[in-house]
Design a protein around this ligand. Sequence first.
Ligand code: AMP
Length: 303
Amino acid sequence: MGLLVVGSVAFDSVKTPFGEAEDVLGGSATYFSTSASYFTDVSLVAVVGEDFPKKHIDFLKLRNIDTRGLVTAPGKTFRWKGQYGFDLNEAQTLDTQLNVFETFKPDLPEEYRGADIVFLANIDPDLQREVLTQVKDPKLVALDTMNFWIEGKRDSLIKTLSQVDILFINDSEARQLTGMPNLVKAAREINSYGPRTIVIKRGEYGVLLFHGGSVFAAPAYPLEDVFDPTGAGDTFGGGFMGFIANSMDFSESTLRQATVMGSVMASYNVEDFSLNRIRDLDYKEIEARFREFKKLAHFDDLD
Ligand code: AMP
């Protein structure tokens, strides 16, 4: 059964050189599940506060996302505040308020426990592990994280990583996690923590996929207008994992296609604030951009 995700559902306040947005819908699990919903059935595990509007939950349901695992608890919804300079590759976190996530103890609905594929989106690694213990026999487990947890809960994160097949991480966080400036060496080091597949996200420079001794590089789509990179990583993860969950094929060829599909979804997401651009994409647009990626990276062999 389908793709299960645990992560944050949030109110984000974001400032970029091109504009700002306050208390808009965000969160790692929100971006992930919306993106993945174009490819497969998604079940969401998260918590929101009593201040979370029904219209946001209605939106998730409209995307056919199973929200039975989205709990409303007394208190306030998770809040993140960040800004970007002209180099949009790196978010500067100004404020993180865990709020209802501080005391959240996930208890998965029975129907979720048979999930085949689990995505542990960026959230407290203790929580990621707790969810994992409740899934009976997952065929594939992937994880995303960020500097906040690498700094604050490193030991717990390393423990969680030992149970993970695929790690999604950005370049600076791969360096921070391993203490290794070289990404090839960092990927090898992460390999020794547990994950056999490592996906290193490099913002506008694209993605590196390390798998079974080989490396695949996908470019980022060269966009003229990048408006807000918030959620690009999670949207990438949603496209990648949604594509894999749909095919249930874990071969290297599918992993490569999934890497490009993740890049396609992320390229749409950065065109607007919050989830505005990926709320209602046409699948034909997705396919068209996938094919443009193929052209973008194609070259002829030597004679
Ligand atoms: P990214 O894909 O890395 O740009 O993720 C951005 C999203 O991550 C935002 O919508 C935030 O709400 C969420 N976020 C930021 N910090 C954290 C954190 N410490 N834990 C979980 N989610 C976070």
